[in-house]
Each structure stands twice: as C-alpha cells, then as structure tokens.
Design a protein around this ligand. Structure first.
Ligand code: NAG
Ligand code: NAG
Ligand code: NAG
Length: 468
C-alpha cells in the first residue's frame, strides 16, 4: 500500500530538498574534468539539455493525485477487525458486503446509495462492509480524467467519519461496527459467503417499490439467509438505483425512519473536509461558528450552480422528460418542477435550462426573490458552489453585487485546499451548503439532493431549500 503512494511510474515523488539535482551535482567542479574549452562547452550544452528537457520534467512532472493511504491504513487497524470479539462482532458475527454499489459515477450518486445500503444493514443488525469510493474498478491507482489524472479509488474514511466507516454507534446501540472490505475477505472466506442477486428481492428490478417497502424486503431476505456472510452480487444491478432516488413518490416514504436513524443523525464529514471548512470559513461568514455540530450559519446564502458538461446534460433531461430528484421534491417545497406539456421543443428546452443551467440574469433574479422571503431575512453573505470557470464566476459575482448589497461573496474557486482536499472538494462545498441559512440548488443534481437531505434532517424551514 505504501508503495502505491509513490509515483505511477514507480518513481518516488521528490520534494525540492531531496532533489538529486541539489545533492549530487556540482556545476562548478565540472569544467575541470575537461581538458579543452570546446569539450567543456559541448559538455555544458549537453548537460544543460539533459537537465532542461529530461531531468526537470521527470523530477518535477505533473504531481500525481493523492491516494489517501493513511486513511486506508486506519481502516485496516480498526479494533473490530478481530475474530476473537464476541457476537455480534468477531467470527460469529454476520457480515454483508454490498458489492454492487455503482462505480464511475459522481460522489453525489455514490453517496446516496451507500448510505441507504448502510441503513438496510443497520436495520437488519448486520455488520456493514464499507469500501472505497470507486471511480474505476480496474487497473492502477490513477485514471485519466479530462486532461489530468484522478484517483481510481478513494477510501471512504477520507471522505466521512462516524459509524459508516467503523466508528462506534451511540452508547447503548449494540449494532456491530462496520468493517473494511479487506477484513471481510478474511473473516468471510468465499466458501462461507453466499451471494444474493437483488432480483431475488425485487423480481422485476427496477420494480419501483416504495423505498421503505424495498428496505423491508431486504431485511426479510437477510433474516432467511443460512450463512453469516453475504455478498450482494457485485456483478448485478444495485439494490437502490436511480429508480429509487429519482422520484419523490418512490423515495420519500422511507424518510421518517431513515432521517431518524444514526446513518443520518451521526453522519459526519472526515477531518479532511472539516478542516477545509475551518480554513476557509472566513471567506463566506464572519460568524464564529464551530465546525461541528453542523449548525446553521446565519446570514449565509449558498447557491449550487453546475456548469461545464451540464449544459448538454440539461438538454438531455428535456428529451427524457426528467423530474427533480427525490430529495429535491419534498411536498412542502415551494419550488416544484413541472414537466412542460408542449410540442414546442425550444420552449421545453428553455424551461429545463432555467431550472438546470440558469443564466446569470436568471440567477440574480432568483437571489433577489429569495431574499424577500421570510426564510431569506437577514441574508448577507453568499457562497457559490460551482464547477464554473473563474471568469464566469467573477462575472456572476459582479452582477450579484450590482443587484443588491452583500457582505462576503466567495465560490468554490476561492477555497484554499491542500492536495488531498483538492480531489474531494465537492464535499467541502456540500458541508457549506448544508449549513447555509438558505440554499438555492439544482433540482436535478444529486449533490444538491444530498445537501437538501441533510438540511431536512436538521429540520430547517422547508422553504430554506430553493431551486432554480
Ligand atoms: C485471537 O485469539 C488467538 C488465540 O488466543 C490469538 O492467537 C490471536 O492473536 C487473537 N487475535 C487477535 C486479533 O487478537
Ligand atoms: C482501496 O483503496 C486503497 C487506496 O487506493 C487500496 O490500497 C485498497 O487496496 C483498496 N481496497 C479495495 C478493496 O479495493
Ligand atoms: C416556441 O417557444 C419559443 C420560446 O419560448 C417561442 O419563441 C416560439 O414563438 C414558440 N413557437 C411556437 C410555434 O409557438
């Protein structure tokens, strides 16, 4: 594991201090080794070319993404990784590895799934097996993404802390603590592990069972299993997919029990995320609010604005006739999305773009409108959660200031993040959005819907959750 934190080409990542250039070479001594001037010059030129074109690019080449090895090592050292512990932990405990969680999807999609999966394990009283947030199951530790590289896998404990990644449940809760996949492989040899195909539980998958019914079907299924080790077949469809999370009438019946469960109430972001929050807090608030518990930050308005590839994506949504995600569609919300019923394609497209890819004018209009509501009283600072380009974000800031009196206005682009935080920066945005007095989000986005989920679990006024 430690080797993997070295370069992809197996080269150690040099810091300037241990740079071979500094420690082994001396320019001043070189010419003395040459007997005539011509050779000396040729030697110099050769050396210069070597250093300039070969050595420097090699030694200082693009920095590789982090692998978060120390988090993985922490997972491998959890005290519950011990067969000698008594039931419900140890060698007699019951373990479930939900191996078919989606990969190659954004963090928002992954998160909503592993949390509801963990809820099933919790309700059933089984040990949940957590593993890496996986972008790419195959191959090496890095994957090409756009022009650069990203980590193929990120240990979950680099993103979240608490019982989801093996910390103890609340006092008096004797649910077994979660364990990491590597320990599961040890405590549950293949011969003792039975595979469940989600179709055994949801015959017509996706059957559109209400989420709460589907959760109960899983709990019943686990109660009949004749083994203490279960893998939800890694090669099969997900337990809870887009068909569950995509629609309020399928998803929200699970909310009363899910929102009160420790999966939600004891949820906490990792130290890495929380420390990014603390470092950058002054950019979006003057309130002296502690990082945890995640109380509302008075006066803060958070705007979630997806740009980039979303322009195409939003137009596709129009052709699918998509609706807002489940958690973005609580019946109490004022901002509801109605699929336009019309043959006018350009009208339809505009309705989707306004909700999904709003223009600066539309954003400013919405912000002004929200500020005049009861929930918007006292708003003074803005944080813009966005993947938009800096020049676009600057223009938006200018227009917001022109349209109203604001204190601080900052965006995701302004955050100071260290190398490890950089690759999980979406979660820093989420933590800020979660705590804002008012959020205006993208109803089609799972990043927004997870933020809304946490906000609703904290009992914020429903209409402090707004949508473009
Ligand atoms: C479990 O018990 C066995 C036998 O007493 C011992 O050899 C082993 O080290 C123990 N394992 C752990 C992880 O404590
Ligand atoms: C999870 O990711 C870590 C860090 O990249 C890696 O060392 C480990 O082998 C991965 N575990 C699994 C089960 O894939
Ligand atoms: C279709 O909608 C566009 C944009 O809303 C509008 O400008 C246009 O007049 C409409 N076309 C028809 C035929 O109604």
């Amino acid at each position: 594991m430690l080797e993997k934190s070295r370069g992809a080409r197996g080269l150690p990542l040099y810091s300037s201090k241990d740079h071979p250039h500094n420690s082994h070479w001396s320019f001043t001594r070189l010419p003395r080794r040459f007997t005539n001037l011509k050779n000396a010059i040729a030697g110099f030129v050769g050396l210069f070319l070597f250093i300039y074109y070969i050595f420097i690019p090699w030694a200082t080449g693009p920095r590789l993404p982090p692998l978060y090895s120390e988090y993985h090592i922490r997972d491998l050292q959890l005290p519950q990784n011990n067969p000698n512990l008594s039931y419900p932990e140890g060698k007699d405990g019951r373990y479930i590895w939900i191996g078919n969680q989606c990969d190659g999807v954004g963090w928002g999609n992954y998160m909503q799934e592993f949390m509801l999966d963990a809820f099933v394990a919790y309700e059933a009283g089984w040990t949940n097996v957590f593993f890496n947030y996986t972008w790419n199951k195959q191959g090496g530790p890095y994957t090409k993404y756009g022009k650069g590289l990203i980590p193929s896998r990120i240990p979950l404990s680099a993103l979240v802390q608490g019982p989801l990644v093996g910390d103890p449940w609340a006092e008096g809760d004797d649910t077994p603590r979660a364990v990491v996949k590597e320990y599961f492989d040890q405590i549950c040899p293949k011969s003792e592990t039975i595979k469940i195909n989600p179709r055994e539980v949801d015959e017509n998958q996706p059957g559109n069972f209400p989420a709460s019914v589907l959760v109960d079907k899983w709990i019943q299924k686990l109660a009949t299993v004749q083994s203490r080790c279960v893998e939800v077949d890694k090669d099969e469809l997900q337990m809870f997919s887009f068909w569950t999370f995509g629609k309020a009438d399928v998803l929200l019946d699970v909310w009363p029990r899910y929102s009160r469960s420790p999966i939600i109430t004891q949820f906490r972001w990792s130290n890495l995320i929380e420390s990014a929050f603390t470092t950058n807090r002054h950019l979006f608030t003057e309130a002296h609010t502690p990082v945890y518990p995640y109380e509302t930050i008075p006066g803060l308005l958070a705007l979630h604005i997806r740009r980039g590839d979303y322009e195409d994506h939003c137009q596709k949504l129009a052709t699918y006739g998509s609706v807002f995600n489940g958690f973005n569609s609580f019946p109490q919300f004022e901002d509801k999305f109605k699929v336009p019923v019309t043959d006018n394609e350009s009208f339809k497209k505009n309705v989707y773009l306004k909700a999904c890819f709003p223009s600066i004018r539309q954003i400013v209009e919405k912000v002004n409108q929200v500020r005049r509501t009861d929930e918007g009283k006292g708003l003074k600072d803005i944080f813009i959660m966005t993947n938009g380009r800096t020049d676009w974000v600057d223009e938006l800031k200018t227009e917001l200031r022109a349209a109203g009196k604001w204190g601080l206005i900052a965006s995701s682009r302004d955050l100071t993040l260290n190398w490890e935080q950089k690759y999980i920066a979406q979660s820093v945005d989420m933590l800020i959005g979660q705590r804002a007095q008012v959020l205006v989000g993208n109803g089609f986005s799972s990043l927004t819907s997870n933020v809304v989920m946490f906000r609703m679990a904290r009992d914020v006024p429903p209409n402090s959750n707004r949508f473009w």
